[in-house]
Design a protein around this ligand. Structure first.
Ligand code: ATP
Ligand code: MG
Length: 583
């Protein structure tokens, strides 16, 4: 790890400022990623540190996902490393797809991840400036209005191996172009009828340089500029100029924009003033994650077609989905840092993400007992009217987590899987004639079973060793038995709905299968809902609280929880869930 967050994030997300960036220079040098190397080279070549400035530029057309987290952690990580400002810039140039709801969710998610932006900015803040520059380009004979259909323009574009051909409108006069562009702006022309194009070179080896479109007519209400504009600037025209206006030193984007870099530079050249900093676009590979899809368009499809319950469905790879699932900001940052950045496309194994959350929750999540697949167990030598409140540690990994009381009584639930009438030597759980320890409680011995008319076991009868209470210091309490089981007292148990999640897709790369739609690979068993019993302390739990259900996995309280109905999401199972646990 090249840096770490010295102070853990406080629980309240609005209070996230307090962490430090701590790096050891000598180690740092060895492990620079290639973007940091580019920055170091620029610094060595005369760029001063105070000129460093970064941005994260989401389009508010959907919720952020774990891929965006890579870009967020990269850009804000650079900000922390170099003590440089990072802007949050909404790339809001397509009113057809953008909404305030998305803006709000993006701000929330970036903050929740633990980052603080310098300025909140919008590409739409620059619409007037961009327009003025476009007019100047027309006057300089570097842009023209084209009224051809998009099909005609596509035909003239050529191919990577054949040059394109000039539009018949390419040589219109400056006056004609200014007049038409004014009409475009004043909403006097139909959507799709005219575009403004940069006049570059229809024979350029880079197809993006063959007179790209700068503006199109869109008679849409914009979430910020309302109906002020009915022409909207294209991504390439907007992005470089916005970087230039904000004096971003390094504009980091994903690989698919590599071939746009010539155009980025050309556009900046049109407005560049030598006294200013010239932004530089550099690219890294998108984060792909196995067993999911990561494009907002596809995620939106899952939402709109109600395949999932919403953007924050716990099966979604969105930040809001992962949050609801129980992921912590720390785990997502660690994942982004560990997976690193690459120059080539690749797929990151979802197991790494799961590892990161398990590792984090192992240190921080209070332990509780819950039984997901209950069977009744009666301790026949335990008095009927007796109950005890036993001491249970909240987290063996963290002494400061303290302890709580759990009620014990004659009738308890254990997991069905934890009992076999007859078992071989390798079965370390309960069977007839064998002993196990009940976590935080006593050693019990299997005596007999009660069965229904179908031969199904309905009750297990046991006896307990009265001197064996955990932590009581008696000789019997130190006695080693092979297995330890979790349990809940039936009289005190609280019923809870538990949602067990599996991967949303059955295929590692669902959206790159030939001739198949990504939805062909939906996992029909990605959600299983069960009724479980949990210990009574969980009645006090709040939405998003995270726990380890001992021997089962990590779970968090879902927002569907009400005063009378507890709902848990399984964040991730403990892989070795059935291994022996210390008494
Ligand atoms: P999508 O295909 O999901 O719609 P996008 O690139 O259109 O993604 P933007 O909102 O434009 O989404 O992305 C904001 C920033 O996040 C951009 O700099 C983009 O390059 C980066 N980004 C988006 N997806 C990923 C990803 N999977 N991995 C890394 N960075 C990403
Ligand atoms: Mg984009």
């Amino acid at each position: 790890m090249r840096y770490h967050f010295v102070v853990a994030l406080p629980k309240k997300i609005n209070n996230f400022v307090a962490y430090k960036f701590d790096a050891i220079m000598s180690e740092e040098k060895k492990s620079l990623n290639f973007i940091e190397q580019i920055i170091e080279d620029d610094l060595a070549n005369g760029l001063t540190k105070d000129k460093l400035r970064f941005r994260f530029p989401p389009e508010p057309n959907g919720y952020l996902h774990i891929g965006h987290a890579a870009s967020i952690c990269l850009n804000f990580g650079l900000g922390l490393r170099y003590n440089a400002p990072v802007n949050l810039r909404f790339d809001d140039t397509n009113p057809a797809k953008e909404e305030q709801e998305y803006v709000d969710s993006i701000k929330y998610d970036v903050q929740w991840l633990g980052f603080k932006w310098d300025k909140e900015l919008y590409s739409s803040d620059y619409f007037q400036q961009l327009y003025d520059w476009a007019v100047q380009m027309i006057k300089d004979n570097k842009a023209y209005v084209d009224n051809q259909s998009s099909e005609q323009m596509a035909l003239q574009k050529g191919t990577p191996t054949e040059p394109g051909t000039d539009s018949p409108n390419r040589n219109s006069t400056v006056e004609e172009n200014l007049a038409l562009f004014a009409k475009m702006k004043n909403c006097e022309l139909e959507e799709g009828s005219h575009v403004l194009r940069a006049k570059i070179d229809m024979k350029h080896v880079n197809m993006h340089m063959r007179d790209p479109i700068m503006y199109r007519i869109l008679k849409r209400h914009h979430h910020r500029t309302g109906n002020d504009w009915c022409i909207y600037p294209m991504y390439d025209w907007t992005h470089g100029e916005s970087d230039y206006l904000e004096q971003i030193s390094h504009s980091i984007c994903t690989l698919e924009f590599k071939s746009h870099r010539d155009l980025y530079d050309w556009y900046v050249d049109q407005v560049y003033d030598f006294s200013k900093l010239r932004p530089k676009q550099r690219e890294f590979a998108r984060r792909n994650l196995s067993y999911t899809v990561m494009s907002k368009r596809k995620l939106l499809q899952l939402v709109e077609e109600k395949i999932v319950s919403g953007w924050d469905d716990p099966r979604m790879p969105t930040i809001s989905g992962l949050r609801r699932r129980g992921y912590t900001p720390e785990s997502i940052r660690t994942f982004s840092e560990t997976a690193g950045i690459s120059k080539r496309d690749n797929v990151t194994d979802v197991a790494l993400l799961e590892y990161c959350i398990k590792d984090d929750l192992n240190k921080t999540a209070p332990r509780v007992m819950a039984v997901l697949n209950p069977i009744k167990l009666v301790i026949t030598n335990y008095p009927e009217d007796k109950e005890e409140w036993l001491t249970a540690e909240n987290n063996q990994e963290d002494e400061s987590a303290g302890s709580r009381k759990v009620p014990f009584s004659r009738e308890i639930y254990i997991e069905k899987e934890d009992f076999k009438e007859e078992a071989n030597k390798k079965f370390f759980r309960l069977s007839i004639g064998k002993e196990v320890r009940l976590k935080n409680a006593y050693i019990i011995k299997g005596e007999s079973v009660v069965k229904d008319e179908n031969g199904e076991i309905t009750e297990i009868h046991c006896t307990y060793d009265t001197d064996s209470l955990s932590g009581s210091g008696t000789e019997a309490s130190q006695r080693k038995v092979k297995g330890t089981l979790h349990w809940v007292s039936i009289k005190h148990a609280v019923k809870a709905e538990v949602r067990l999640y599996d991967r949303l897709f059955t295929e590692e790369a669902p959206d790159s299968q030939k001739d198949k739609d990504f939805k062909d690979f939906l996992n029909p068993d990605s959600l299983k809902i069960i009724a479980a019993f949990v210990e009574p302390s969980l009645k006090e739990a709040n939405i998003l609280d995270r726990f380890q259900f001992q021997r089962l996995g990590y779970f968090c309280v879902d927002k569907d929880t009400t005063k009378t109905h507890l709902v848990f999401n399984r964040t991730v199972p403990l892989r070795d869930s059935w291994t022996k646990m210390s008494g």
